[in-house]
Ligand binder design. Structure first.
Ligand SMILES: [Zn+2]
Length: 554
């Protein structure tokens, strides 16, 4: 499923040992040759090369500069890579591109370092917003403000008294409302908590303004989207620019809606879709998708329908993941579930039976167990070849989880940049638990296929930051978290390229630099194999190519 036939009437099985790969392609006239490079192909049969020839958006030859330049015709453009390092383009297997693009277009970026600065930014936006209309913030992170506490209703009322305000946490599973927002959403002190969500009350039983999980739904219902179809397309255009300049050439949209799917197609029609998209569809739309005869794999190499997404528990960054042991310093706090096992099963079985891949968000070990129960049950009832069940994030693991994942060959999509970027949150999990979180070493040793996954906006997306985080397990302040989970640069690149392709059934189409595959690549200013692991994040991305076209040039 999903793997397109190789183009140009040539076979991908060219490379009998010792045969230069370009030989099979001698009659293909390349549009473009990149030569004199330091190419790491991620193709184990032919790991190092100097040059590639590209035709019709695909690699047609990979080899030495001499051999590949030999294929040039009068119309072939030739680019000297000047010994620069070239890798396959990176695949961010779990992120939220369309949504974050729209947020960047319209909302207040609250990734600021004090509550006072956040108040000032909200106040400034409110001054330009007609009274009664919403002022919305995103990327707020209480652990990155100097105040050592969360935003309160009072903070928000003081900053913006006359507009409803909702600020969402970077983790995406909690939000902060002012009094005007509570009023519009018809939430007061007496409103009961919905299942799977809370309106937080203080010791005196007053609302604090903090709401989490399903308690956010009443707000989402009353906030007018206000986004036009053009805004949706513009959001994709903006985030595609932001991501491709860091070396990302494909993304998995982990929670797509029909409007997101449309936005990707609109951006593509307008020439603004710079990356490829594998778009997961949230379970709330799945019945309509199934009724339309759509299933995983539908689409083409630019915009493809991914799996069905469900959510089993809370967030790591928001400290709501459902754990077997409590959060450090919060002896009664084990996090929260967001769905019952029966719900996950009902939707999961329906979608799976209709040919869908399943991707279920589960961070805590208890939530992962729940998801594995569901996957095992569905697989028992309807065995299918190669289902590629995914556990989105799959953060905190143990031996039994790994054994169960191996039995079903489940794909984990762990956060790639959290150790480096969100180090200050790791204290809530503790040193010991970190040995079993974002467990790339364990996943690889078990023969599983973990991906690179930013989960942007909760996590940062640059692939070079992912490499540094995964290779060093060291945060921005130099603290090491779970050194036992370190992997090598070579493994981290494989995780960020081939494994991403595998997670979307596209390993025959992309993920390595091989003849027949899509010409998606990145040119780096320095070689990650020769770099001090502590400075991987500073390696400049000089150029990014998708489908044979430069989508970013520094
Ligand atoms: Zn996500």
């Amino acid at each position: 499923m999903g793997a397109a036939a190789l183009p140009l009437g040539t076979s991908s099985k060219f490379s009998a040992a010792g045969t230069p790969p370009q030989r099979s392609f001698e009659r293909t006239e390349p549009d473009l040759i990149l030569y004199n490079g330091n190419v790491w192909t991620v193709d184990s049969r032919n790991p190092r090369a100097q040059a590639v020839a590209i035709s019709g958006g695909r690699f047609v030859a990979v080899g030495s500069s001499d051999d590949v330049l030999h294929l040039a015709s009068g119309r072939t453009r030739k680019v000297d890579l000047e010994q620069k390092t070239m890798l396959p383009g990176f695949i961010d297997a779990h992120t939220h591109p369309a949504e974050s693009g729209r947020l960047h277009l319209r909302q207040v970026d609250c990734d600021l370092r004090s509550i006072a600065k956040i108040q000032a930014a909200l106040r400034e936006r409110a001054a330009k917003t007609p009274p009664g209309q919403w002022v919305l913030g995103f990327k707020y992170d209480d652990t990155k403000t100097s105040d050592g506490r969360r935003l309160t209703l009072q903070d928000l009322d003081a900053a913006v008294p006359d507009h409803p305000v909702l600020v969402t946490h970077r983790g995406g599973h909690e939000a902060f409302a002012n009094s005007a927002a509570l009023k519009v959403a018809k939430v007061d002190q007496a409103t009961p908590d919905p299942t799977g969500g809370q309106f937080e009350h203080d010791a005196a039983d007053h609302l604090t303004g903090r709401i989490n999980e399903r308690a956010i739904e009443p707000f989402n219902k009353v906030i007018p989207s206000g986004y036009t179809r053009d805004d949706f397309r513009e959001g994709v255009k903006l985030i595609a620019k932001m991501m491709t300049r860091t070396g990302i050439t494909s993304v998995g949209d982990a929670l797509g809606t029909p409007e997101d799917l449309q936005a990707y197609q609109d951006a593509r029609d307008g020439g603004d879709l710079l990356f490829r998209v594998y778009c997961f569809i949230h379970s709330s739309w799945i019945d309509r998708m199934i009724a339309a005869g759509v299933r995983t794999g539908f689409g083409d190499e630019w915009v493809r329908v991914g799996g069905m997404k469900q959510v089993a528990d809370g967030a790591i960054s928001g400290r709501t993941a459902r754990l077997s042991q409590p959060y450090v310093g919060h002896p009664n706090d084990y996090g929260t579930f967001s769905a019952t096992e029966e719900e996950l099963y009902d939707y999961g079985r329906r979608a799976y039976a209709a040919g869908w891949q399943l991707g279920t968000h589960a961070n805590g070990d208890v939530a992962i167990d729940r998801v594995l129960n569901v996957y095992e049950r569905i697989y028992r009832e309807i065995p299918r070849k190669d289902p590629r069940f995914r556990i989105e994030h799959c953060t905190l693991i143990n031996d039994s989880i790994i054994q169960r994942m191996r039995a079903l060959n489940v794909i984990p999509t762990p956060f790639s940049t959290y150790v480096y970027y969100h180090g200050e949150k790791m204290q809530y999990y503790g040193e010991e638990r970190l040995k079993h979180m974002f467990a790339l070493r364990t996943f690889l040793d078990a023969g599983l296929r973990p991906t690179q996954s930013s989960d942007y906006p909760p996590g940062e997306f640059p692939p070079m930051m992912a490499l540094q985080s995964e290779v060093t397990r060291t945060d921005m302040n130099g603290h090491v978290w779970g050194a036992n989970q370190r992997i090598s640069v070579e493994e981290a690149i494989y995780v960020g390229t081939m494994n991403g392709a595998y997670a979307s059934y596209e390993e025959n189409l992309k993920g390595s630099i091989e003849p027949g595959k899509l010409a998606d690549l990145v040119v780096l200013g320095r070689d990650p194999f020769k770099e001090d692991p502590a400075t991987l994040v500073t390696i400049p991305v000089e150029r990014t190519m998708v489908g044979g076209k430069w989508v970013y040039e520094s």
